[in-house]
Design a protein around this ligand. Sequence first.
Ligand code: FAD
Length: 509
Amino acid sequence: MDRKAGRERVLILGSGWGGYVLSRQLSPVKYDITVASPRSNFVFTPLLSDATVGTLEFSHVVESVRDRQKRVNYVPAVARSVDFASKKVALEASVVQGAATDIVLTTEPEKPESTRELRGKEVDVRKWRQGTKMELEYDKLVIATGCITNTFNTPGVLENALLYRDVSDARKIQRRIRECFELAVLPNKPDQLRTHLLHFAVVGAGPTGTEFVGLLADYIHRDLLVYYPQVRDRVRITLYDVSPKILGMFDESLSQYAFENMKKEGVEIKTSHHIEELRWGEPNKPAIDMDPKTCLTLKTKEEGETGVGMCVWTTGNAINPFVKEALSDVGTLPASATIKRDEGQPSDIKETSWKVKKNKRPGALLVDGYFRVQLESKDGTNAFMNDVFAIGDNAMMEAGSPPATAIATNQEARYLAKRLNNDDFDRVPRFSFRDMGFLAYIGDDKGLMQLPHVQIDDTNKKVLPEGLKGRTAWLVWRGAYLSMVLSWRNYFLIAIYWLFTRIFGRRVG
Ligand SMILES: Cc1cc2nc3c(=O)[nH]c(=O)nc-3n(C[C@H](O)[C@H](O)[C@H](O)COP(=O)(O)OP(=O)(O)OC[C@H]3O[C@@H](n4cnc5c(N)ncnc54)[C@H](O)[C@@H]3O)c2cc1C
């Protein structure tokens, strides 16, 4: 308890859709709210690609986790482990003291770089990365640490691809696009290398990859080529995916519409392609150490090696290392846990060893309909913790989980905030996802909207249209995400910048 004000302490791990929305919806009168996360900003991911291609500024798609009105405390730190019995979380500060404050601990797996040259000296970057260790106590804990990018252990991807989750990733992508154009127009570049540099590859044809490719095509064709007309015929944009169709969760007709429209826009779509390697250097030449002045080689099983200026990797979610490694064995049953009523009680609860219940793949925390984290004992008995919750991409419900999207996580955070504010667990219906369909932008001011299908009895007959496509769906896409923006400031700025881009084109700075 926060003794001064008599409030319970809620500790939220993560400042993404789950953590940030929850922190703003919880009652500051009832709770002393703390968010611990390495990211001091919440990122509005659906519009991150708009910022990457200069339609919006990066500041329009972030909100500060620190609260002007001091209703929410923020601790810049990464959670390392949790002791459920003593209700303590061990954390490592993500802001390094001293001269190297630019180094922030990330939650992506470490790239294999350990030294860096600074003012003529080799320094060990690992030392900089060790943050101050600390412990925080909680009365209620919410785990919303999200996922990391799944590279499927493809050789060279972690080291050389541009992963796409955060503003820092998006800035790198923005910079690399311009670098490729500037390098390609240098007078002394061999023609073959120019062609490789202007080949932009995106791997993963889900909504994130497809939307990014659509916006990239708009940006290059409508804005960049105005400044670099001499390379118009060299530019290639390729979207790769291992599955046979793009936007797998959309109806066949919508996915086909996207495929045809993107092809018309000049995007090459290579479905059923397996990436085998990504390395620096030109195709069919020996691999070299990273050198941004040259290109990379992307190797697929189907077509062998091809040269690319950059490769953006957006192939879905892998479980966060914190959830995977730190949240596992619990020891004896924590005092706050309740054995599930329908289960037989083990003979000696104290002696039984318990672990956090997770699904087999991808290893997400299994929660009940009130987002309470569940435990299982060696002998198969289940329990749930009354003071530990998980929402968002790092959690799954046993009885059918909503998709891993911002829209679903937003609903989960709002639902959990209501339950905590009203303290009405087990007295109100469990969470049910309000399915409003899927939206995606596909380029050239066109979009897709997959409406949820409603079936009549067992006849498999759909009573709603299959979906919207084209301009109307694009306007719905914009309207839907604009309505989700979490501050008035960004709401107006985004609307104004969309209008400005229409009139003046994108910023090519
Ligand atoms: C580029 C991109 C575009 C997307 N576009 C859309 C879209 O158009 N529509 C849609 O519905 N969804 C979209 N999504 C998906 C959506 O963003 C996710 O489903 C959503 O962010 C999940 O929310 P979350 O809170 O679970 O995780 P996240 O939003 O990923 O947040 C996780 C947070 O936890 C922090 N964290 C990680 N490890 C630790 C730790 N050990 N300790 C403390 N903090 C930690 C992270 O720094 C981060 O702040 C997109 C995702 C991306 C990456």
